[in-house]
Structures are given as structure tokens and as C-alpha cells.
Design a protein around this ligand. Structure first.
Ligand SMILES: [Fe+2]
Length: 442
């Protein structure tokens, strides 16, 4: 914190007492007041931010999205006095939170990443926020809505977007966002980019989600491509971890590579299925043979303390294994990730498991103990939203109940959460519905 921010924070403490901020903001401790303070809009001259000062303004899911939300953005130059301001929609009482200013250099390209996590928000409430620097430079205001405990809401779900040419992906985001203007959140199923080190692909990806990113939170997930170097070796997912500050998981080695969060009455678990990349012997300096052992311990603990009605798991690698259509070498069955994780999903009665990686949309119905069973989780592999298509690569699996028309083009999905029903819908890029799946629970 700079001297100027410290002074601002102290003035803020005084302001809290002086203006009697009421029920909304009265719970600050002195400690938190050093990071957050309240002011009233004065009409002082405000300069809009240049694009170079306000790139990729985005909301990222917090652990509890009824009371928290992470705001991130980037600038081309270092900005020490970065802040996030927020207010109840329609109010003129502004809460200010100090934001970070972290230089990130990768692939010869430098950006400055700013972020702040808003906490102690009121559930089921409409806020507005903006970002800025010092006393005068500010972005536009953007909406920020907290989840309520029983909220019904829609989520947009995007399968692998890795591309050579991201035009297809950009259009899918733009068109799906306009068809679902009330979506509360969006998710990426991993392999956001084709090469996890290439800075230009990250810039493209972060730009592509602008129809959504400032106004609703993203739940991202790592895929194997997030761990590739420019020369296609493995590395730690540096760029992915820098760009998406998802909730912590308590592991120093694997922090934020897998995580969980709540939105309404759903507990979402996002797994890291990249054991092959994390333990691949190709001159890379990463060797993490214990990724799944550590993660399983965390997963069991996470599921044991989950008190939400619904549980949804997101995992990049598919728990099922598909045989190749035109060559031998793989039998239909279950992948290493399926063999390891599916019994845990059974044990804790997970409702829905979404996966990716194979670039095909298939619904395998409810499965328990590796076989058809209406009491088991529903397993859907989410398809492809980029241009890396594998037409006709996979045979049908004995458990497939729906396969997208072949050869596949692209698709996206939505999840509608209601008190007694989850509804998963898949769509072609033009909005044509492919499949609708409902899961009911009293
Ligand atoms: Fe993948």
C-alpha cells in the first residue's frame, strides 16, 4: 500500500464514523478498513481509463459467490494506486478496496495484473463496481450481482476453445451471450488456448470473453494445453494461474489448479486432470507424481463438508475412454481419471459430471459403479467450441445415450439451476438445441 492509499484508508475510517454508513457497511474492522473505505461521490473530475489502462476487466468466482467476488484487470504500465470501487446499485455510497499491481512477463510480453477480492457482500443483491487509479482515473461502472441461497439461475458452459483461428470461438461467445442475456456465470472446460505460453493467444482469449467478462463471473478450468511451452514441452501453468485468481485449495504446490466454489444451492468442484503433463519426463522441470493423491485427499474433505443440495464436478479429461474409430490401440471403458475419481463421485452422490478434452459432445446418462444406474451421477462430455476438430475420431461408447451429429462442428451449453431441478442444454453455434437433460431432486 502506498502512502497515498494509506492516507486514503485512514480518511476512510474517519469517513465511516462521520457519515454513518448504515447497515450495509457498518461491519468493518479497523484492520479491514486499511483495505476498504467508504466515500460519497463528490462529482470530482474523473478521467475515463484508456484501453491500455483497463484491459480485460473481469469477474472471477470467489469461494462463496453470495458474499464475495474477485475483480481482475490489466494495464500496460505499472499502476501503484490501483483500486476497485463498488456500491449498491443506485446508491452513491462507494466502498473502495485497494487492488494489486503485479508485473507478469511471459513469452517476452509484460502486463501488469490488478486484482481485489470483494468480501462481506450482501447475498442476492445488485451491486455496481468500477476500477481505477488514484483519485481521478476511473472505468465505467459494471453490474455485479451476488448469489442468493435459493436462486434460480443460468450458467453458460464452453467446451475447449483452443484454436488456430479464434474467430469461430469469438462468434460463439458473442452469439451465446446475446441469446442468454440473464446468464449469471460462465465456465470454461479447459484448453482455453492452444498454447499456454503464447501471450498473443491469451490476449485473444481474454478479449473474446468481453461480452461477458465484466458483468458476470467466470469459473475457469485448466486443461493440458495450459501447461505447454512454446516448443510444446510441459511447464507449470504460469499464465493460466496469473490470469485467473480462483479460490485457494490449501496446497502450496497445486494451489488454485483445482478448487471449489458455491453459487446458490450448488457446490461446484473444478478438478485438475493434468497428471500426465505434471509428471511428464521431457526435460521439463516439473515432476508432480502426487497430483492425484494430494487432490483426492482434498476432494474427499471438500465433499465431506459440502452442505449444498446440488454438487457439480467439472474435469477437463473425460472419465470415460473411447475406442478410436479407424485404428486399434484403445478399448471403450474408463480413463485413469475415471477409475480414480468416479468411485468418489458415487460415494458422495455427485449429481452431474461435466468433462471435455476429446472435442465431442456425448451424454452417457447416469452411471454408478461403472455401469448404468439411475441413482448415479449424470456424465456429459461437453464438446468443442474452438477450431481443433476431430471429425469421426471416436467410436460410440456402450454407455453413450446421445452423440452430437457427426462430423461435429461446434457447440456450447447452458445449465439452468432451479430449486428442484438442474437442466443441461447443448446448442449448435446458431442456437439450435441439440439435447436437453433434466436432473430432479426433491
Ligand atoms: Fe485437452
Amino acid at each position: 500500500m502506498s502512502k497515498k492509499q494509506l492516507l486514503g484508508a485512514l480518511l476512510g475510517v474517519i469517513a465511516i464514523g462521520a457519515i454513518g454508513v448504515g447497515a450495509v457497511y457498518h461491519q468493518f474492522t479497523i484492520e479491514s478498513a486499511f483495505h476498504r473505505f467508504v466515500s460519497v461521490v463528490t462529482g470530482a473530475s474523473e478521467k475515463p481509463l484508456l484501453s491500455s489502462e483497463s484491459r480485460y476487466i473481469r469477474q472471477i468466482v470467489a469461494a462463496d459467490n453470495s458474499t464475495g467476488r474477485t475483480i481482475m484487470w490489466q494495464s500496460d504500465a505499472s499502476e501503484e494506486s490501483s483500486i476497485v470501487e463498488y456500491r449498491l446499485a443506485g446508491s452513491d455510497e462507494i466502498v473502495t478496496v485497494a487492488a494489486t499491481n503485479t508485473m507478469f512477463t511471459d513469452d517476452g510480453s509484460t502486463t501488469y495484473i490488478h486484482e481485489a477480492t470483494l468480501a462481506e457482500l450482501i447475498p442476492h443483491t445488485n451491486y455496481e463496481y468500477r476500477v481505477g487509479y488514484g483519485d481521478s482515473r476511473r472505468s465505467n461502472w459494471y453490474p455485479l450481482t451476488t448469489a442468493g441461497p435459493d436462486d434460480s439461475y443460468d450458467v453458460l458452459i464452453y467446451p475447449d476453445s483452443q484454436s488456430g483461428d479464434y474467430t469461430v470461438w469469438e462468434n460463439i461467445v458473442k452469439d451465446s451471450a446475446s441469446r442468454h442475456p440473464n446468464a449469471a456465470m460462465y465456465m470454461s472446460m479447459g484448453d482455453l488456448v492452444d498454447n499456454g505460453e503464447q501471450a498473443s493467444q491469451w490476449r485473444t482469449w481474454l478479449s473474446s470473453v468481453e461480452p461477458l467478462s465484466a458483468r458476470i463471473p467466470l469459473a475457469p478450468m485448466m486443461g493440458n494445453h495450459e501447461m505447454y511451452t512454446i516448443d510444446w514441452k510441459m511447464r507449470e501453468p504460469r499464465a493460466y494461474l496469473a490470469y485467473f485468481d480462483v479460490p485457494n485449495n490449501g496446497s502450496s504446490t497445486f494451489d488454485r489448479r483445482y478448487y471449489s466454489f458455491d453459487y446458490g444451492d450448488v457446490h461446484y468442484i473444478v478438478l485438475d486432470t493434468q497428471l500426465y503433463e505434471a509428471n511428464h519426463d521431457d526435460n521439463s522441470d516439473i515432476h508432480h507424481p502426487d497430483l492425484y493423491d494430494v487432490q483426492i485427499e482434498w476432494l474427499r474433505q471438500d465433499l465431506a463438508t459440502n452442505n449444498k443440495k446440488w454438487t457439480v464436478v467439472l474435469m477437463h479429461r473425460d472419465p470415460f475412454q473411447y475406442a478410436f474409430a479407424n485404428r486399434d490401440g484403445r478399448d471403450a471403458g474408463f480413463s485413469e481419471e475415471g477409475v480414480i475419481f468416479m468411485p468418489i463421485f458415487d460415494e458422495y452422490n455427485v449429481d452431474l459430471v461435466l468433462s471435455a478434452h476429446l472435442h465431442t459432445y456425448r451424454d452417457r446418462g447416469h452411471v454408478r459403479n461403472f455401469d448404468r444406474d439411475a441413482t448415479g451421477p449424470r456424465y456429459i462430455i461437453t464438446g468443442i467450441a474452438g477450431d481443433a476438430r476431430y471429425p469421426g475420431l471416436w467410436r460410440e461408447h456402450p454407455l453413450d445415450v446421445y452423440v452430437a451429429p457427426q462430423p461435429e462442428t461446434n457447440n456450447y451449453m447452458s445449465l439452468t439451476v432451479e430449486p428442484n431441478r438442474l437442466t443441461v442444454r447443448s446448442y449448435l453455434p446458431d442456437g439450435t438445441e441439440l439435447e436437453t437433460v433434466s436432473i430432479d431432486k426433491e
